[in-house]
Design a protein around this ligand. Sequence first.
Ligand code: 4NP
Length: 152
Amino acid sequence: MVCLGNICRSPMAHGIMRDKIKKLELNVHVDSAGTSSYHIGSPPDLRQQETARCHNIDISDLRARQFTKDDFAEFDLIYAMDSANLANIMALSKDENESKKVFMILNESQPNKNLDVPDPYYGNDDGFELVYNLLEQACTVIAKKIADGTYR
Ligand code: 4NP
């Protein structure tokens, strides 16, 4: 799960997916990262933590890190939160084997639209709830595909 700062959207996606993996007893490793170095080592934004907590998801243990080229070898699926993140991730890929692992996350719940998860950082609290709702829908689809064995 990859966004810009790894303090709002991608830790929310990480927390939602981690919760579903546990509940469905899936054998999946999930992680998150940011394309920027701005917030390395920081916990999730307190506004996103609070929104998560309202939905019984605890993301307080997560710490921001930067996406690296090594992540292409480590992960089978790489989800970008928006088109700028997608471009930044793609720019680090060395071949098609790596670039074909990268997807816009909202295409899981709203296929072929290439919609962004809106960056909530400079907005009001509604933005964090919208992030939760959009990612809950996308992660529900991802978890179901994995559980059903129908993932690509
Ligand atoms: P995120 O949100 O990419 O969802 O973690 C942001 C966090 C920080 C900044 C921008 C977006 N920033 O410019 O510091």
